[in-house]
Design a protein around this ligand. Structure first.
Ligand code: PGA
Length: 256
């Protein structure tokens, strides 16, 4: 049986509070008859409490864009998994390449964040991996994906009902306006699946993991990605800032 597809919107730091709430309301309206698949929006931190009011008991869910690995304490500027749950979040993006680039996050940090989130139990982590252009050009992608997964997830126990999403986001495609070839995504997703199978066993991967693609997905190019065997959904940045565009993308993926 195929997994229910998930389409996640990453709004990054692109909208202020008023713009965020407006978009959330538009998306809620568009998806009011959603009866298949999962839709998740990830706004900035300051919008979470208000978004919770808009999306309470709604089929559209929401998540945060980052989390810290401790539960409480002297960690100025940080937000814990418990706090995210308190705000109503059900998902959290971990290790986005923009955090790796601008905040110097590495997979040691990402590993700690994943551990903390899984300990909390009420959040689904969306773990970002993916090679940069130099690694792609020099044919190191397979190793990079393997290595990132190992660093992120080694020694982590997955309990029966814990869901984990791996977002394959080739860094060179993010925000570039051009997605990678669907066949390349399928290849990378296979590498990811095989690595996870080795680490956690086929049954756990089948039941607990989803592998999704992110990087310049639009309503124009998403068609090529449906029907891929190892694609369980999308992480959409720029194109998710327009409710109609995001809705069209989701509709195409969910048609599959
Ligand atoms: P993009 O962003 O769709 O604008 O390329 C995707 C992401 O960074 O998650």
């Amino acid at each position: 049986m195929k997994k229910e597809k998930i389409i996640i919107a990453n709004w990054k730091m692109k909208l202020n509070l008023a713009e965020t709430l407006k978009l959330a309301k538009e998306i809620k309206e568009k998806f009011k008859n959603l009866n298949k698949g999962k839709i998740v929006v990830c706004p900035n931190f300051i919008s979470l409490i208000e978004i919770n009011k808009i999306l309470k008991n709604n089929p559209v869910k929401f998540g945060a864009q980052d989390v810290f690995w401790e539960g409480k304490g002297a960690y100025t500027g940080e937000i814990s998994p418990e706090m995210l749950v308190e705000s109503g979040c059900e998902y959290v993006i971990i290790g986005h390449s923009e955090r790796r680039k601008f905040m110097m996050e590495n997979y040691e940090i990402i590993h700690k964040e994943i551990k903390a989130v899984l300990k909390q139990k009420k959040l689904t982590p969306i773990i970002c991996i993916g090679e940069n252009w130099d690694e792609r050009k020099t044919d190191r992608r397979d190793f990079v994906l393997f290595d990132q997964l190992q660093q992120a997830l080694s020694g982590i126990d997955i309990t029966d009902n814990q869901n984990i999403i791996i977002a394959y986001e080739p860094i060179w495609a993010i925000g570039s306006g051009t997605a990678i070839e669907p066949s390349e995504a399928e290849y990378a997703h296979k590498i990811i699946k095989l690595t996870l199978n080795d680490m956690f066993g086929i049954k756990t991967v089948k039941e607990n993991f989803r592998i999704i693609y992110g990087g310049s997905i639009t309503n124009d190019n998403v068609n090529g990605f449906i029907n891929l065997d190892n694609l369980d959904g999308m992480l959409v940045g720029g194109a998710s800032l327009d409710a109609e565009e995001f809705y069209k993308i989701a509709k195409i993926i969910l048609r599959d």
